[in-house]
Design a protein around this ligand. Structure first.
Ligand code: PLP
Length: 399
């Protein structure tokens, strides 16, 4: 009998592992690889944030903190929600965890009974379905096609709701597509959700600050406060403030949920690092300029990558309105053959081939939507230009 739990057998190793290990190996061998696979900003954490963290160490902020986060950080989070989202939360409606990832995991662990369904719009962030499976839930994938700009059709959402549905996860702007929901689109989803009061809404707002074209961010709670008693808003400092390694994420929602999450956290991680919590306060309170500057840089890169690839007939490029990813349809390449006669049968084969040609991308399969590639533009303009040229010439060689 295996020592390992049954629960783990439900989770597959990521299909991207083969690609990332190969990319690593090729780099170690000295091969020049343009890396379009990054899931984090390529900027460093702002200096003011680093300074506050060093001061926190020197001031002895090195002990356990309250499970749900320090009083000061919770105050900063409350101020952030008021200032940026016009949402008012009380301290007992906030939890802080080791990244948005742990906050989402805790919320699912706190609420899911065996067989409960979690509606996950696809393409999705890779971790949602596996987290759902780990807590004995049933991921229910809701396909969002390129024709609908990778967004949920409200009628499709309604069709997926059953009496077992516990959560719907909304992620705008989205990883991996960069799709962004307008206020009107959120209103249309809210109308459906109001008819189904047993369904909770998880708003993953991690990419809130990376949006383009002067769009104004709103989440579903800002659009319809009647959902308040069953909405959990998740955010964090990873993407907005280039702080992925600091591991600070937070969630805001009904205090009964926060209380249960707190129980889980108190018996697992206890809390995230006291130093990181101090740093997160500075990020939330004093880094508006950093956000503005990076938003502009990401928009320029988005425009550059789009202009490089949009006229290449074999790839269909989606113009992201947020995040630092673009999701590209490669259907027209499937079935073509490499110079050695082997066929490109899917996006995994294509990603593997592109890696041989010097570019690392993530196959779309990982995000629940095949024959796409996710290209991250969290890299320099020079890399974007060289990487796109390499992709185009590699694709042209296929017969
Ligand atoms: N949500 C989305 C959509 C993400 O892409 C990520 C990270 O890649 C996260 C949540 C979690 O981020 P973190 O745990 O670093 O806060």
């Amino acid at each position: 009998m295996s020592i390992f739990s049954q629960r783990l057998s439900r989770i597959q190793p990521s299909p991207t592992i083969a690609i990332t290990s190969k990319a690593k190996k090729l780099k170690q061998e000295g091969k020049q690889i343009i890396d379009f696979s990054a899931g984090e900003p390529d900027f460093d954490t702002p200096d003011n944030v680093k300074k506050v963290a060093i001061e926190a160490i020197n001031n002895g902020q090195t002990k356990y903190t309250p499970v749900n986060g320090t009083k000061e950080l919770i105050e900063s989070i409350i101020k952030k929600f008021k200032r940026e989202n016009d949402l008012v939360f009380e301290p007992d409606e906030i939890t802080v965890g080791c990244g948005g990832k742990q906050v989402i995991f805790n919320a699912l662990l706190a609420t899911i009974e065996k067989g409960d369904e979690i509606i996950i719009p696809a393409p999705f962030w890779v971790s949602y379905p596996d987290m759902a499976l780990l807590v004995d839930g049933q991921p229910v994938v809701l396909d969002c096609s390129l024709d609908n700009n990778f967004k949920i059709n409200p009628q499709d959402l309604e069709n997926k709701i059953t009496n077992k549905t516990k959560w719907i996860i909304l992620n705008s702007p989205s990883n991996p597509t960069g799709a962004f929901y307008t206020e009107m689109e959120l209103q249309n989803l809210a109308k459906i959700l109001l008819k189904h009061p047993h369904v909770w809404i998880m708003c993953d707002d991690l990419y809130e600050h990376i949006i383009f074209d002067n769009l104004k961010f709103k989440n579903i709670l800002q659009v319809d406060n009647k959902l308040r008693s069953r909405t959990f808003v998740v955010n964090g400092v990873s993407k907005a403030y280039a702080m992925t390694g600091w591991r600070v994420g937070y969630g805001a929602g009904p205090k009964e949920l926060i209380k249960e999450i707190s129980k889980i956290q108190s018996q697992s991680t206890t809390h995230t690092s006291s130093i990181s919590q101090a740093a997160a306060i500075e990020a939330l309170d004093n880094s508006e300029e950093f956000i503005k500057k990076n938003k502009k840089i990401f928009q320029e890169r988005r425009d550059l990558i789009y202009s490089k690839l949009k006229d290449f007939p074999l790839l269909q490029v989606f113009l992201p309105q947020g995040s630092f990813y673009t999701y590209i349809c490669c259907n027209d390449i499937i079935g073509k053959k490499k110079e050695d006669g082997t066929e490109i049968t899917n996006d995994l084969d294509l990603s593997d081939y592109l890696l041989d040609e010097g570019v690392a991308v993530v196959p779309g399969e990982a995000f629940g939507c095949t024959n796409f590639l996710r290209i991250s533009f969290a890299t320099s303009n020079e890399n974007i230009i060289e990487g796109c040229d390499k992709i185009i010439s590699a694709c042209k060689k296929l017969k």
